[in-house]
Design a protein around this ligand. Structure first.
Ligand code: SF4
Length: 219
């Protein structure tokens, strides 16, 4: 074996693991991922109809994500009560549509109040939480019937930690329901939705998108 063969073996292994753990995206029409719902709706349409093509960066985050979650849970257990980790949740939107995902952490304080924690490993902590991260958390709050949660960012490079608190609200509930039904309509009809990220000027999202060739934003 030479250097190239070793590098290729790692790339292929990462892709294979990714494919195995994400194969259900295409197999369950009407069931969508909470972590994707706040992303560009055109991108989600591609993910659920032609399948995701993960970038090298996405594969790296995916492969190390479990380790990050375990590290955070292990550290928190030393100072607060961790009620559960990697808990599967399902939010029914209507008879045909549901959002299904896994809660990173469920914690409780000294008064017994429970909180959902969504952990995000990042190379740069944002000034305000990402819209898609808050939407993901709000989906979990609705699914679990819990009032409050946190998006917890951890910069593994410099150790910086920042948490943002969010509360369940009807405003978020309406947004989540409407968006899920809209996504399902496009996926079921095969009609491509608007190039949302491009139209709204979220250039960073287009720059990192693995569907640039299919989408051709602006055309
Ligand atoms: S290129 Fe931009 S507009 Fe097109 S699917 Fe990707 S994120 Fe959305």
């Amino acid at each position: 074996m030479d250097e190239k063969e070793l590098e290729t073996a790692l790339r292929n292994g990462l892709l294979d693991k990714w494919g195995f753990e994400n194969s259900h995206h295409l197999a369950r029409p009407g069931v969508y991922y909470p972590s994707y719902l706040g992303m560009c709706i055109r991108k989600q349409f591609y993910i659920y109809t032609i399948g995701e093509k993960p970038s090298p960066e996405t594969l790296a985050i995916f492969a190390t994500g479990e380790g990050v979650h375990e590290a955070v849970a292990g550290a928190l257990k030393r100072s607060i009560k961790v009620e559960g980790t990697e808990m599967i949740t399902r939010l029914k939107v209507n008879e045909e549509v549901a959002l299904s995902g896994r809660i990173d952490l469920l914690i409780s304080d000294q008064l017994g109040e429970k909180y959902v924690v969504e952990v995000k490993s990042t190379s740069s902590i944002p000034e305000i939480p990402r819209y898609s991260h808050i939407m993901q958390l709000e989906i979990y709050l609705l699914a679990m019937g819990i009032n409050t949660g946190f998006v917890l960012y951890w910069n593994k490079g410099n150790g910086e930690i920042k948490a943002f608190k969010a509360t369940k609200s009807d405003e978020w509930k309406n947004k989540i329901m409407e968006r899920s039904i809209m996504l399902d309509y496009f996926v079921r009809t095969g009609q491509a939705p608007p190039q949302e990220a491009y139209i709204e000027g979220r250039n960073w999202e287009c720059d990192a998108c693995s569907f640039l060739d299919s989408c051709k934003p602006g055309q």
